[in-house]
Each structure stands twice: as structure tokens, then as C-alpha cells.
Write a protein that binds this ligand. Structure first.
Ligand SMILES: C[SH](C)CC(=O)O
Length: 270
């Protein structure tokens, strides 16, 4: 209802995701920066699955809703939603997904490290796997299918990567749809060269800690410079930033497009 104030319609609530997500920290900062906290606005912690099902229900009922959104993610293809402008740049400009590794990994496993130094892809390529998984396909299978469909790209990723002879690699990630896709793909690529790769999903902070303590070898789930900026600062010098593996990610607050008069975080107060 565009004529009634938005706040009361949605209980002054922003529907968020898992508490450890960097974007939840940014959303809290936005509440303060845009003077929403003083207007009783609050950020609801839940999970990606809970957030997307709440979004689904709101859109089916053509109701107002404000979510913590991000790209790349299938929510922007499946639902008519838009990012709210962030004039105070709380969520940062575009983000990149980085591959990070424990400090000794290049020395201990140069072959696997070489693959990680060569792996990168685009949002649309990632979406191929994300959409299949969202339709219920097993992530490992979706990753294998991607590999068989993109032999030239795979050959570039694997160029000069020596056989693994069963050498173990441990990847950690956060179970966001984007990282489920990339981590399963990297596992399949490594295993196709004879490495023995295990993948473990953790919350964001423990994922960073697993690399900094050397409990895990690498992760393709680092959102930088802004979204995981705090973690990168906390563990500065205790991890290697191998490379950007995906350019042009983005986090922010998002609303259904039918909320025509809400286009900026500033306007949530209206
Ligand atoms: C939820 S985005 C995939 C990443 C983050 O916010 O930490």
C-alpha cells in the first residue's frame, strides 16, 4: 500500500540472513547511518533459505518487504526485486569474490595452488550451476555437468596443474548459493586431476578462522573489500589473497519492484 507508511506495514523489520554474514554487519551499520535505528527499525537474523521463502511469500501476496540481497544470486532472476540506492555507501561499491589460502599452502601443495591461481569465472557462468542447484540438482552433479559442458574453460583452469596422486586438499566455504556453486566446482576440478578434496561449510567468521589457523587449505568464499573487510583485517598477515575469482558481486538492501516509491535506503523512513 504505497500511501501507508512503510515501517508499520512490515513491523519496521528488514528480513536478513545468517548472523555471521558480512552483509548483516553492513545492514546494522545502515540502520544507524540512515537514522532508522532511532525509528525502531530492526534487522531480523534468519538464514538464506528462510529469507528467500519469506521473500517468495511476500511477492506472492504482493506485500511490502525489505531484504538483505546480493548478486550473484538467483533471487534477482527469479523475483522482480531491485537494490535500494545506498547514497552513504554503507554496503561499499561492487565487491569481488576472492580465493584465499593458508600461508603455507603454496609451498605444501603447489599443484593445487596453481589451479586456485587460475580459477576465475563470471556471474552468468556461476548462475548456470546456482540455478540447477536451486532446481534441486545435487551441487556435485551440477559442477560435474558444468565441467563437461565447458571443456575449453576447464582446460585453461587446469593448464600446467600436475596430477595430485591423492594429495589431500581441504576447502571451507559458507553455504551461500554462490559459494556452494564455486566450491563444488573447484572440488570437482581438483578431483579430476587426482587430488582428494574435502569441502566443509562453516559460518563466515569460522570460515576465515579455518584459513588463518591453517585448519583448512583454501576458500573461494571471501567477499572483499567491504563485505568481509572486518575478517580480512582481523586475520591480516595470516592468510594469502590468491586472486579474485569472480568480479562484480554486490550486497545491499533490496525490495520488490512493485514498491515503486522506495528506491533508496533513505526512503525507508517515509
Ligand atoms: C551473504 S553475501 C553471499 C556474503 C556476506 O554477506 O558475508
Amino acid at each position: 500500500n504505497p500511501h501507508k507508511k512503510l515501517g508499520p506495514q512490515i513491523n519496521y523489520t528488514i528480513t536478513g540472513i545468517d548472523a555471521g554474514a558480512g552483509e548483516m554487519g553492513a545492514a546494522q551499520k545502515a540502520l544507524t547511518a540512515y537514522g532508522l535505528k532511532s525509528k525502531n527499525w530492526q534487522l531480523q537474523t534468519s538464514s538464506t533459505a528462510a529469507m528467500t521463502s519469506t521473500l517468495d511469500k511476500a511477492i506472492k501476496n504482493h506485500q511490502a518487504i525489505v531484504i538483505t540481497g546480493w548478486q550473484p544470486h538467483w533471487m534477482f532472476t527469479k523475483y522482480p526485486i531491485k537494490f535500494l540506492k545506498d547514497p552513504k555507501n554503507v554496503f561499499g561499491k561492487t565487491e569481488n569474490l576472492h580465493t584465499i589460502a593458508r600461508t603455507g599452502f603454496k609451498h605444501d601443495n603447489p599443484g593445487a595452488y596453481k589451479l586456485l591461481s587460475q580459477f576465475h569465472w563470471t556471474k552468468s557462468e556461476m548462475s548456470e550451476i546456482m540455478l540447477k542447484v536451486n532446481d534441486g540438482q545435487d551441487p556435485a552433479k551440477a559442477a560435474k555437468n558444468y565441467i563437461s559442458k565447458h571443456p575449453k574453460q576447464v582446460a585453461k583452469w587446469l593448464a600446467g596443474v600436475p596430477e595430485g596422486h591423492g594429495k589431500k586438499v581441504k576447502l571451507t566455504y559458507v553455504a551461500w548459493d554462490s559459494e556452494i556453486a564455486s566450491t563444488n566446482l573447484v572440488k570437482q576440478l581438483l578431483d579430476s586431476k587426482g587430488y582428494d578434496t574435502t569441502i566443509q561449510s562453516l559460518e563466515a567468521q569460522p570460515m576465515w578462522a579455518s584459513i588463518a589457523t591453517g585448519a583448512a587449505d583454501a576458500s573461494v568464499s571471501a567477499w572483499l573489500p567491504t563485505t568481509h573487510g572486518l575478517y580480512a583485517k582481523q586475520y591480516k598477515g595470516e592468510f594469502v589473497d590468491v586472486r579474485v575469482n569472480l568480479k562484480g558481486a554486490k550486497t545491499g538492501l533490496a525490495v520488490p519492484k512493485y514498491m515503486k516509491n522506495i528506491n533508496s535506503i533513505e526512503e525507508l523512513k517515509n
